[in-house]
Design a binder for this molecule. Structure first.
Ligand SMILES: O=C(O)CN(Cc1ccccc1)C(=O)c1nc(-c2ccccc2)[nH]c1C(=O)O
Length: 177
Protein backbone atom coordinates (compact mmCIF):
# COMPACT_ATOMS: atom_id res chain seq x y z
CA UNK A 1 0.00 0.00 0.00
CA UNK A 2 1.53 3.33 -1.06
CA UNK A 3 2.57 5.51 1.87
CA UNK A 4 -0.16 8.15 2.09
CA UNK A 5 1.31 9.80 5.20
CA UNK A 6 -2.03 9.18 6.92
CA UNK A 7 -2.27 7.59 10.40
CA UNK A 8 -3.09 3.82 10.58
CA UNK A 9 -6.49 2.68 9.20
CA UNK A 10 -6.98 5.96 7.28
CA UNK A 11 -7.20 5.99 3.49
CA UNK A 12 -7.92 8.49 0.74
CA UNK A 13 -11.23 7.94 -1.06
CA UNK A 14 -12.98 9.90 -3.82
CA UNK A 15 -16.41 11.53 -3.51
CA UNK A 16 -18.05 11.23 -6.92
CA UNK A 17 -20.87 13.59 -5.92
CA UNK A 18 -18.42 16.36 -5.07
CA UNK A 19 -15.59 15.09 -7.29
CA UNK A 20 -13.23 15.59 -4.35
CA UNK A 21 -10.94 13.26 -2.42
CA UNK A 22 -11.82 12.71 1.25
CA UNK A 23 -10.32 10.75 4.18
CA UNK A 24 -11.91 7.52 5.50
CA UNK A 25 -11.05 5.47 8.57
CA UNK A 26 -11.78 1.81 7.74
CA UNK A 27 -11.88 0.76 11.41
CA UNK A 28 -13.95 3.56 12.96
CA UNK A 29 -15.94 3.97 9.69
CA UNK A 30 -15.64 7.77 9.90
CA UNK A 31 -14.92 10.13 7.00
CA UNK A 32 -13.76 13.75 6.85
CA UNK A 33 -12.78 16.36 4.27
CA UNK A 34 -9.56 17.37 6.12
CA UNK A 35 -6.63 15.05 6.83
CA UNK A 36 -6.76 13.65 10.41
CA UNK A 37 -4.35 14.91 13.07
CA UNK A 38 -0.99 13.15 12.82
CA UNK A 39 -0.93 13.18 9.03
CA UNK A 40 2.50 13.68 7.44
CA UNK A 41 1.28 16.30 4.97
CA UNK A 42 4.51 16.21 2.93
CA UNK A 43 4.06 12.45 2.30
CA UNK A 44 0.35 12.97 1.59
CA UNK A 45 1.21 15.75 -0.84
CA UNK A 46 3.49 13.37 -2.81
CA UNK A 47 0.92 10.56 -2.66
CA UNK A 48 -1.85 12.85 -3.92
CA UNK A 49 0.35 14.19 -6.72
CA UNK A 50 0.98 10.60 -7.87
CA UNK A 51 -2.50 9.18 -7.36
CA UNK A 52 -5.18 11.86 -7.30
CA UNK A 53 -3.79 14.67 -9.38
CA UNK A 54 -6.89 14.75 -11.67
CA UNK A 55 -8.29 18.27 -11.43
CA UNK A 56 -6.37 19.28 -8.31
CA UNK A 57 -3.36 21.57 -8.13
CA UNK A 58 -0.08 19.58 -8.22
CA UNK A 59 1.01 18.94 -4.64
CA UNK A 60 -2.34 20.06 -3.25
CA UNK A 61 -3.55 18.31 -0.10
CA UNK A 62 -7.38 18.27 -0.05
CA UNK A 63 -8.77 19.82 3.12
CA UNK A 64 -5.49 21.59 3.90
CA UNK A 65 -5.66 25.18 2.58
CA UNK A 66 -2.75 25.76 0.18
CA UNK A 67 0.40 27.07 1.88
CA UNK A 68 -1.13 26.94 5.34
CA UNK A 69 -0.03 25.09 8.44
CA UNK A 70 -1.83 24.30 11.70
CA UNK A 71 -0.22 24.92 15.07
CA UNK A 72 -0.96 25.15 18.77
CA UNK A 73 0.82 27.43 21.22
CA UNK A 74 1.18 28.22 24.91
CA UNK A 75 1.46 31.96 25.66
CA UNK A 76 2.89 33.38 28.91
CA UNK A 77 2.29 37.11 29.09
CA UNK A 78 4.15 39.65 31.24
CA UNK A 79 3.69 43.26 32.33
CA UNK A 80 5.33 44.55 29.12
CA UNK A 81 3.05 42.48 26.85
CA UNK A 82 1.04 44.65 24.46
CA UNK A 83 -2.11 43.54 26.29
CA UNK A 84 -1.06 42.50 29.83
CA UNK A 85 -4.41 40.83 30.54
CA UNK A 86 -5.95 37.45 29.82
CA UNK A 87 -8.77 35.06 30.67
CA UNK A 88 -6.50 33.88 33.54
CA UNK A 89 -5.63 37.26 35.09
CA UNK A 90 -7.28 40.61 34.47
CA UNK A 91 -3.99 42.42 35.22
CA UNK A 92 -0.71 40.59 34.50
CA UNK A 93 2.13 42.10 36.59
CA UNK A 94 4.85 39.40 36.34
CA UNK A 95 8.12 40.63 34.78
CA UNK A 96 9.42 39.28 31.47
CA UNK A 97 12.16 37.43 33.38
CA UNK A 98 9.56 35.80 35.60
CA UNK A 99 7.51 34.87 32.51
CA UNK A 100 10.66 33.36 30.95
CA UNK A 101 11.25 31.21 34.06
CA UNK A 102 7.63 30.01 33.88
CA UNK A 103 7.66 29.14 30.18
CA UNK A 104 11.07 27.45 30.46
CA UNK A 105 9.54 25.27 33.18
CA UNK A 106 6.70 24.34 30.80
CA UNK A 107 9.25 23.67 28.04
CA UNK A 108 11.18 21.24 30.27
CA UNK A 109 8.02 19.38 31.31
CA UNK A 110 6.97 18.98 27.67
CA UNK A 111 10.47 17.98 26.52
CA UNK A 112 10.75 15.42 29.34
CA UNK A 113 7.56 13.82 28.01
CA UNK A 114 5.76 14.42 31.29
CA UNK A 115 2.95 16.37 29.66
CA UNK A 116 1.99 17.68 26.21
CA UNK A 117 1.58 21.29 25.15
CA UNK A 118 -2.10 20.57 24.42
CA UNK A 119 -2.55 19.31 27.99
CA UNK A 120 -0.76 22.33 29.54
CA UNK A 121 -2.32 25.12 27.47
CA UNK A 122 -5.86 24.91 28.92
CA UNK A 123 -4.67 25.92 32.40
CA UNK A 124 -1.34 27.68 31.71
CA UNK A 125 -1.73 29.68 28.47
CA UNK A 126 -2.65 33.38 28.59
CA UNK A 127 -4.09 33.17 25.06
CA UNK A 128 -7.81 32.81 24.37
CA UNK A 129 -6.89 29.64 22.43
CA UNK A 130 -6.25 27.98 25.81
CA UNK A 131 -9.80 26.62 25.72
CA UNK A 132 -8.93 24.83 22.47
CA UNK A 133 -5.74 23.23 23.90
CA UNK A 134 -3.83 26.11 22.28
CA UNK A 135 -4.93 25.08 18.78
CA UNK A 136 -4.89 28.08 16.43
CA UNK A 137 -6.23 26.20 13.41
CA UNK A 138 -4.77 26.74 9.93
CA UNK A 139 -2.91 29.94 9.14
CA UNK A 140 -0.69 31.17 6.33
CA UNK A 141 2.15 33.62 5.99
CA UNK A 142 1.03 37.12 6.83
CA UNK A 143 -1.58 36.00 9.36
CA UNK A 144 0.51 36.12 12.53
CA UNK A 145 3.18 38.32 14.07
CA UNK A 146 6.39 37.82 12.05
CA UNK A 147 8.45 36.24 14.83
CA UNK A 148 5.62 33.77 15.48
CA UNK A 149 5.12 33.01 11.77
CA UNK A 150 8.83 32.42 11.10
CA UNK A 151 9.16 30.09 14.08
CA UNK A 152 5.99 28.13 13.22
CA UNK A 153 6.83 27.69 9.52
CA UNK A 154 10.34 26.47 10.44
CA UNK A 155 8.83 23.51 12.32
CA UNK A 156 7.97 20.08 10.92
CA UNK A 157 4.61 18.58 11.96
CA UNK A 158 4.93 17.36 15.56
CA UNK A 159 7.92 19.56 16.41
CA UNK A 160 7.92 22.24 19.13
CA UNK A 161 9.74 25.58 18.93
CA UNK A 162 12.12 27.08 21.43
CA UNK A 163 10.67 30.02 23.39
CA UNK A 164 9.52 32.68 20.88
CA UNK A 165 9.07 36.34 21.91
CA UNK A 166 6.39 38.54 20.32
CA UNK A 167 4.66 41.75 21.41
CA UNK A 168 1.99 39.52 22.95
CA UNK A 169 4.44 37.70 25.24
CA UNK A 170 6.47 34.47 25.30
CA UNK A 171 5.32 31.44 23.32
CA UNK A 172 5.98 27.75 22.86
CA UNK A 173 4.66 26.64 19.44
CA UNK A 174 3.86 23.09 18.34
CA UNK A 175 3.17 22.51 14.63
CA UNK A 176 0.24 20.13 14.23
CA UNK A 177 -0.03 19.87 10.41
O1 LIG B 1 -1.22 41.49 21.24
C1 LIG B 1 -2.22 42.24 21.48
O2 LIG B 1 -2.29 43.45 21.36
C2 LIG B 1 -3.45 41.58 22.06
N1 LIG B 1 -3.39 40.22 21.71
C3 LIG B 1 -3.87 39.92 20.38
C4 LIG B 1 -5.10 39.09 20.50
C5 LIG B 1 -6.08 39.40 21.45
C6 LIG B 1 -7.21 38.57 21.52
C7 LIG B 1 -7.34 37.50 20.66
C8 LIG B 1 -6.33 37.21 19.75
C9 LIG B 1 -5.21 38.00 19.65
C10 LIG B 1 -2.88 39.31 22.59
O3 LIG B 1 -2.43 39.62 23.67
C11 LIG B 1 -2.85 37.94 22.11
N2 LIG B 1 -2.01 37.54 21.14
C12 LIG B 1 -2.26 36.24 20.96
C13 LIG B 1 -1.55 35.45 19.99
C14 LIG B 1 -0.29 35.85 19.55
C15 LIG B 1 0.40 35.07 18.59
C16 LIG B 1 -0.20 33.90 18.07
C17 LIG B 1 -1.45 33.52 18.53
C18 LIG B 1 -2.14 34.29 19.49
N3 LIG B 1 -3.22 35.80 21.82
C19 LIG B 1 -3.62 36.88 22.52
C20 LIG B 1 -4.67 36.85 23.57
O4 LIG B 1 -4.76 37.81 24.39
O5 LIG B 1 -5.41 35.85 23.62
Amino acid sequence: MADTGLPPNWEVRHSNSKNLPYYFNSVDKVSRWEPPQGTDTDKLKHYMAANHSAGSRPGAVPGVPEGKIRAAHLLVKHRDSRRPSSWRESEIIRSKDEAMDIIKGHEQMIKSGGISLGDLAPTESDCSSARKRGDLGYFGRGDMQKEFEDAAFALKPGEMSAVVETASGLHLIERLE
